[in-house]
Write a protein that binds this ligand. Sequence first.
Ligand SMILES: Nc1ncnc2c1ncn2[C@@H]1O[C@H](COP(=O)(O)OP(=O)(O)OP(=O)(O)O)[C@@H](O)[C@H]1O
Ligand SMILES: [Mg+2]
Length: 251
Amino acid sequence: MQRIVVLNPKGGSGKTTIAINLASYLASRGHTPVLMDFDPQGSSLRWVKKRQPSQPPIHVIAAFEKDTRTTRAFQLRVPDEATHVVVDTPAALPGQELPAMTRDAHKIIVPVLPSDIDIHACSRCIRDLLLIAKIHREDNRIGVVANRIRRNTLIYQALIRFLHTLGIPIVATIRDSQNYVRAAELGVGVHEMKRYLAQEDVEQWLPLIAWLNPQAAAGPSGEGPPAGGQETQQDSPSATSPPLTAVVANA
Ligand SMILES: Nc1ncnc2c1ncn2[C@@H]1O[C@H](COP(=O)(O)OP(=O)(O)OP(=O)(O)O)[C@@H](O)[C@H]1O
Ligand SMILES: [Mg+2]
């Protein structure tokens, strides 16, 4: 089982977006992901509840809830059949909680937005991961996802330079796309949307998936297509915003 923690104390950097889309990708590839939501806002939990019975199931653990009727370990237990645990963490996570949050993490994804404020917050986050959580850079456990990127902007170039100086890889560059907003509303991920709508977004996930685990990229059933989206590739592209129900591949 692989544990992937999505973390950046800076609010709104894209933690939930990355966590739910990763869980959706894994589920659509035949894996059995568990989404663990540590954020009291419960956004990941809400997203899972929107999923339709026809979609591949994603088990969710509301880790933010403090249940006094049972032990914490029982509350956070992961089903035996889980292949991946994707952990969505809250904004403003205190530095002293980083060691516990990252202890068993195989990979730590840090989403960062291209703004001066976010770049500084990201630098603090990575410094805390290295110094407080004692993660070794050379273990290749920390990867940055540059989120909501508009290429050819000065701030994007600044972000690239900054991450280069930290010696931390950019494992994906995700564009600003309304598909992420629609997917969140519908309880799906971009990998489960009609392919002609989300092709560019889907392609941007490939380096991240390869970084996480080359075998996971193939899935247990080999290199076949994901459960959703493939059959729509022949559809004619539409430049206009489709109605919400039209964007899900299997709807
Ligand atoms: N690549 C993207 N393109 C378009 N919108 C995006 C993208 N990434 C995130 N968003 C939007 O930005 C907002 C914040 O994203 P998200 O909730 O994932 O951030 P977060 O880090 O989880 O926030 P918080 O710290 O409050 O938990 C959401 O409305 C989300 O839909
Ligand atoms: Mg969130």
